[in-house]
Ligand binder design. Structure first.
Ligand code: ADP
Length: 356
């Protein structure tokens, strides 16, 4: 695989490994989404805990506690929220933090809920403050206070809500305020998937999409999917294209390798942006430590993209470390780029660089 110094941009060729949903994912994700807890691969602990929460409440005839899922994008938070509704036999309403700008937006959503409904708020850390405050009372007492008028003449009209279960999802649980976090009775952190789990995900998806996926092909795709089912499914679709256009349609290890080479996804699943981040860290900052925003500027990306999309997986892969002084490239990162890690401490110029 060739290395280059080009700044990655989402419009370039290649397959962007952003775990955020892209336009191509949208339709197919509906088909591939697991519908029942039993179809949901991996996350065994979360699944077991959730099963207890849901079935415990169902058995008592209570409304289940509000649920918060946190973790990087593409790990199944939305899928699990839909599964919760299915398991409860109720309907789900879907919205997102950025869509709830005014309390009125939220009040409209809440007052339309029927008894037992699930309300899913994606990116809940981005909800505007006044709407968030309205949510406190709604979550606690199934009630909202609608303020009518302005100034001294303003009155507040209480509105009773049907009991509901709120499911929140966030990629940044640290950005959630304490009062909001405290109102969730069950919080689950989603972990990256193991290669074995991702193999099950791609096999299941291949079955649904009718792809002739061979065992070694499944292993190869799983190993390059950055622990993320959404990426595993996306790579499967790209490899299928290659297999159909350049070969007989069967997805073998050789076909998967050749296809992913074309799409610039390396053997451990890093894409161009990931490699650009590591290269900038090593070449421009002697391996760090460097702040995330400086690093983001160096690769021409938004710092939230670097922080939320690249960093979690680079940390998990042992290529990047977060330290109080900034981000540092590990020895494994140097080796991954075919470089020899320095003997000196990260961040210091190599000995001899400034010698006469
Ligand atoms: P998130 O909300 O965390 O961004 P999604 O629930 O939208 O993630 O998952 C993205 C896609 O990945 C889903 O449409 C589904 O096809 C697939 N997926 C996610 N988790 C699983 C899983 N545990 N088993 C099977 N497929 C999964």
């Amino acid at each position: 695989m060739h290395e280059d110094n080009a700044v990655w941009s989402p419009t370039e060729d290649g397959v962007a490994l952003t775990p955020h949903q892209d336009a191509g994912d949208k339709d197919v994700e509906m088909t591939l989404r697991p519908r029942k807890l039993s179809e949901f691969v991996g996350q065994a602990r979360v699944r077991e805990q959730l099963e207890l929460v849901l079935h415990g409440a169902l058995g008592r005839g209570d409304q289940p506690d509000h649920v918060l899922f946190s973790g990087p994008p593409g790990l199944g938070k939305t899928s699990l929220s839909m599964i919760i509704a299915t398991e409860l036999g109720s309907s789900i309403r879907v919205t997102s933090g950025p869509a709830l700008e005014r309390p009125g937006d939220l009040a409209a959503m809440l007052s339309n809920l029927a008894e037992g409904d699930v309300l899913f708020i994606d990116e809940i850390h981005r909800i505007a403050r006044p709407a968030e405050e309205m949510l406190y009372l709604a979550m606690e007492d199934y009630r909202v206070d609608i303020v009518v008028g302005k100034g001294p003449g303003a009155t507040s009209i209480p509105l009773e809500l049907a009991p509901f279960t709120l499911v929140g999802a966030t990629t940044r649980s640290g950005a959630l305020t304490g009062p909001l976090r405290d109102r969730f009775g069950f919080t689950a952190h989603m972990e990256f998937y193991t290669a074995d789990e991702l193999e099950l995900v791609v096999r299941r998806s291949a079955g649904i999409l009718g792809v002739d996926l061979r065992d070694d092909g499944a292993i190869e795709i799983a190993g390059r999917s950055r622990g993320t089912p959404r990426i595993a499914n996306r790579l499967l679709r790209r490899v299928r294209d290659y297999a159909e256009v350049r070969a007989d349609g069967a997805v073998t290890r050789e076909i998967a390798r050749a296809a992913l080479e074309v799409y610039d996804v390396d053997e451990i699943g890093l894409d161009r942006l990931d490699r650009a981040v590591l290269r900038a860290l090593i070449k421009s900052f002697h391996g760090g430590p460097v702040g995330i925003s400086t690093l983001a500027v160096a690769v021409g990306e938004e710092s939230t993209t670097v922080e939320e999309v690249c960093e979690p997986y680079l940390v998990r892969a042992g290529l990047l470390a977060r330290t109080p002084r900034g981000r540092v490239a590990t020895a494994a990162a140097w080796h991954h780029l075919g470089l020899t890690p320095p003997q000196h401490a990260p961040g210091e110029p190599p000995p001899g660089l400034f010698d006469e």
